[in-house]
Design a protein around this ligand. Structure first.
Ligand code: AHG
Ligand code: MN
Ligand code: MN
Length: 333
């Protein structure tokens, strides 16, 4: 059984940049994931559930674990000397990481992260996650970090993935050569390859959307939902939605389906964040043979203009996403 480290070394020719750097990036990610996993597992005992009393940059109620996960990831990346800057959903501005031991400008990687996704599910023991995304620094290596180093299109990602803290803890990633999942064996603290070459199944089975917002959805989305519920061909589809993007995505990746967070009358840009949530999930989607769209265009081609930008987000089975786009297009005519 391959460990994550062994798998990376075995597949070294597939990471275009440097196997050593990829191992160092994963060393930070694994360290933070294990620390968060430990805390998530005993959250009810250590008073880590509930609100931190702070409203984050998104205007949302920050949970204690949001804050904890944010700090753990920053510290973990700082300690490995491979990342020069991080932007986090939980921080207003990007964070510059300067090395103490070496020339700070040797580092060339940029990380964007949603440290704790699905935080409304922490207190009720439902799956939560972490989403991460890595880019090369865009400006010359000797230059101080600039906002454009973070505002890169999703198609420039060199590594993306998530960790799901669920019935087991699984790390899923892509470097552009397929999607692979590794399950944490907590007794030894090691991630082992458990889901090689993840691919959306051909079956059109599940649709995932917060239907409580139905009256606020665009007509194209309402029509698509009715299509999902129609008794015809292999429909109706099954509705599944837990409110953790990582959890909903992971289930659909394994069982087959579509995830939808559209714009609504109250949120014209949707809710999910392009840089921390949609781009990494879109990269994984495409690498797993699926499609990711904002309803009209490819997520990975969107030009970001600010760190905490939101976008409507639809991803999953190619045929289902294309069908939804068709409904959206027809509404405009
Ligand atoms: P986060 O906890 O990082 O703020 O993300 C929450 C997101 C996402 O995980 C989930 O799919 C979505 O919010 C759920 O939103 P609704 O409660 O509006 O359905
Ligand atoms: Mn999130
Ligand atoms: Mn979050």
């Amino acid at each position: 059984m391959y460990t994550l480290g062994e798998f990376i070394i075995e597949n070294r020719d597939r990471f275009l940049y440097s196997t050593e750097d990829l191992l160092r990036l994963f060393s930070s990610i694994k360290l933070a994931a294990k620390a968060i996993n430990k805390e998530v597992n005993k959250a009810g005992l250590t008073k880590k559930i509930g609100s931190s009393g702070i409203t984050n940059i998104q205007g949302e109620n920050q949970q204690k674990l949001d804050e904890f996960a944010h700090r753990v990831f920053i510290e973990s990346f700082k300690s490995r000397n491979v990342v020069c800057g991080i932007a986090s959903e939980e921080s207003k501005d990007f964070i510059v990481i300067k090395g103490e031991k070496e020339n700070p400008f040797q580092k060339k990687y940029i990380v964007l992260i949603d440290p704790l996704d699905g935080s409304s599910n922490i207190d009720v023991n439902v799956s939560i996650g972490t989403i991460f995304s890595v880019y090369l620094k865009k400006t010359p290596i000797q230059m101080d970090l600039r906002i454009e180093d973070f505002l890169q299109k999703g198609n420039k990602q060199i590594l993306a993935g998530y960790i799901i803290y669920g019935s087991s803890t699984i790390l899923v990633y892509t470097t552009g050569n397929g999607v692979h999942g590794f399950t944490l064996d907590p007794s030894v603290g090691t991630f082992y390859l458990s889901h090689p070459k993840l691919h959306f199944p051909e079956v059109e089975k599940i649709y995932s959307i917060n239907e409580g917002n139905y009256v606020r959805f665009p007509n194209g989305i309402k029509k698509f939902i009715r299509f999902c519920q129609e008794e015809k061909d292999n429909r109706p589809y099954t509705a599944r939605y837990i409110g953790s993007l990582v959890g909903d995505f992971h289930r659909n990746l394994i069982q087959g389906g579509i995830y939808i967070y559209p714009k609504t009358a109250l949120s014209p840009n949707g809710k999910l964040r392009l840089l921390y949530e949609c781009n990494p999930m879109a990269f994984l989607t495409e690498q797993a043979g699926g499609k990711a769209s904002d309803g009209k265009k490819r997520i990975l081609d969107i030009e970001p203009f600010k760190l905490h930008q939101r976008t409507p987000f639809i991803c999953g089975h190619v045929g289902m996403v294309s069908k939804l786009e068709e409904f959206m297009n027809n509404e405009k005519k």
